[in-house]
Ligand binder design. Structure first.
Ligand code: F6P
Length: 332
């Protein structure tokens, strides 16, 4: 891949010239986000030398184990982003209620999953950070203000902490990728207007949940597994990292389908992944790269949220495959 020596800050400056929504204060917030992720990267790089970062320290609002690194990452992001007068409030997977920063002057609402895929910490596997930025309305009730459909997002970002660190951003005019230089401690542009291939022969799902899936998902996966002897007439490959950021990055890089669909054991919760700080930002990024994101029944970005920590089924990736999976849901 050709390395353009455009820094993240320079990219935002160029973008501001053509993108009206990218006001100076939004650029500043996005730069703070990038800096906070550099801080998280540094702690992650210490690995076992940094102590037991995977140790469970509490239970979060999702009734899931909260690991030491989840808490540290949450604090780092708050330290960098909960300041100034442009952010009205921040909401996170790790906090039951939003943190209010500038209730009067704040123009932006930020939602984040500070450390996605934290079960990978113990095994030195990839993890990530996911961020969604919404415009704030004049609505007095801050929690209510957050409950906007994903189509309202003005920016979505994820950072993948893998062998290298990638920051992926959309501001609504394409999806861009940046790579962190460990020498210069700076993100550089490494991919512009990314495009997900419309066709794919790779799917991505936790197949241990097979018996709980709805019929349309079972049908799709069964047909993939039948390979060239079945309805699809070709062989498929399967992947599952268990960290959404990394699995979605694969889809973005070479096509594929990523699914955490509805299943019977998740039905009362609504699904596995969180709508507002996982599904929505990822759907925005994927759609801006020519892919699709749905629940099987509805475009994710059009779902009207009812709760900050709401969960939802997620089916996203290469356009033609997602259309096929959606059609199976309609048949069903
Ligand atoms: O945020 C939840 C998450 O860690 C995602 O990153 C990942 O896709 C999923 O959970 C993994 O779930 P499971 O442990 O069921 O495979």
């Amino acid at each position: 891949m050709k390395l353009f020596k455009t820094t993240f800050a320079e990219f935002l400056q160029f973008e501001a010239l053509k993108n009206q929504t990218l006001k100076e204060d939004l650029s500043e917030l996005i730069l703070n986000i990038a800096d906070s992720c550099k801080g998280i990267r540094k702690i992650l790089s210490q690995g076992y030398l940094g102590g037991d970062l995977g140790a469970v320290v509490d239970i979060n609002v999702q009734e899931e184990d909260q690991k030491k690194l989840d808490v540290i990452s949450n604090s780092i992001i708050l330290e960098y982003c909960a300041k100034g007068s442009s952010v009205k409030a921040l909401a996170s997977e790790e906090m039951e209620k939003p943190v209010v920063v500038a209730p009067r002057s704040g123009k932006y609402l930020m939602l984040f999953d500070p450390l996605d895929g934290s079960s990978n910490i113990d095994i030195n596997g990839p993890v990530g950070t996911i961020i969604s930025i919404l415009p704030s309305s004049s609505c007095g009730d801050i929690e209510q203000d957050f409950l906007q459909p994903g189509s309202n997002q003005i920016a979505a970002i994820y950072v993948l902490y893998g062998p290298s660190t990638n920051l992926v951003l959309t501001l609504g005019n394409g999806t861009y990728e940046f790579t962190l230089s460990p020498v210069e401690d700076e993100f550089f542009l490494t991919g512009s207007k990314l495009e997900i291939p419309a066709d794919t022969s790779e799917f991505d799902i936790n197949s241990s949940n097979y018996r709980f899936w709805e019929k349309p998902v079972r049908r799709y996966i069964e047909e993939c597994l039948e390979g060239k002897d079945g309805a699809r007439g070709r062989d498929f490959n399967m992947r599952w990292v268990g960290a959404m950021v990394c699995d979605v990055h694969r889809v973005l890089s070479r096509g594929g389908t990523f699914m955490y669909p509805m299943d019977e054991k998740l039905r009362t919760k609504g699904g596995r992944l969180r709508l507002m700080y996982e599904a929505n930002p990822m759907s925005f990024i994927i759609e801006q790269a020519g892919g699709l994101a749905s629940t099987g029944y509805q475009r994710i970005l059009e779902v009207q949220p009812t709760n900050l920590h709401q969960r939802i089924p997620v089916i996203l990736g290469s356009k033609n495959e997602i259309e096929l999976i959606n059609s199976y849901h309609i048949d069903y």
